[in-house]
Write a protein that binds this ligand. Structure first.
Ligand SMILES: Cc1cc2nc3c(=O)[nH]c(=O)nc-3n(C[C@H](O)[C@H](O)[C@H](O)COP(=O)(O)O)c2cc1C
Length: 174
């Protein structure tokens, strides 16, 4: 698929077939992630591939709303940034996240982003602290987002070209 057609047809997918991920697809996703650009080549990101059904269910509880779909995913990629390696770990992680989503779409997989950074788990705990405790992640490996991935069981319509917000593009001056 041409890259522009990949972008045109990508939508967030939150419903997945009950099917485990093929090994080859998992390997290609790992390679795509590790080819992400990072500031000064710091590779400040770290990734945990979660495919254990019980852990997926518990990741879905990381925050009160917006992470439910992780329970039905074949794979959740937990994306962490080492805040001791660079001051732009958020940017590094975000780039890796979108690369994983585009790579997943290219492989015929569906994906959706679950925001973890800055989100509460409950009154007393952040979603980030919950995920760190669940997966044994050290404090300086900051959990930014989790990408849920699986074989799509829904097919939202692509956004038609007439609906993209062309006013967001300005030329030369605001
Ligand atoms: C920074 C960021 C955070 C997001 N957080 C969530 C989330 O927590 N839960 C969720 O279901 N979708 C989340 N999304 C997915 C967006 O809701 C989705 O991309 C947006 O509605 C546009 O839909 P589309 O991806 O189908 O084009 C997030 C996306 C981004 C880029």
């Amino acid at each position: 698929m041409a890259f522009i057609d990949l972008l045109r047809s990508r939508r967030s997918i939150r419903k997945y077939k009950k099917r485990t991920l093929d090994q080859e697809a998992g390997d290609l996703l790992a390679e795509a992630l590790l080819r992400s650009p990072s500031s000064r080549d710091s590779e400040s990101w770290e990734f945990i591939f979660v495919d254990d059904p019980e852990l997926l269910r518990r990741l879905a509880d990381a925050k009160p709303v917006g992470a439910e779909f992780l329970a039905g995913a074949a794979l959740a990629i937990v994306i962490m940034g080492n805040d001791r390696s660079t001051d732009v770990w958020i940017e590094d992680c975000s780039i890796a996240a979108i690369i994983s989503q585009l790579a997943a779409h290219d492989l015929g997989l569906g994906s959706c982003w679950a925001q973890i950074r800055l989100r509460p788990h409950s009154g007393a705990m952040t979603a980030e602290a919950y995920v760190q405790a669940l997966l044994g992640i050290p404090k300086n490996f900051r959990v930014n987002m989790i990408i849920g991935i699986g074989y799509p069981d829904e097919s939202p319509e692509p956004v038609p070209k007439e609906e993209i917000n062309i006013k967001k593009i300005r030329y030369n001056r605001f």
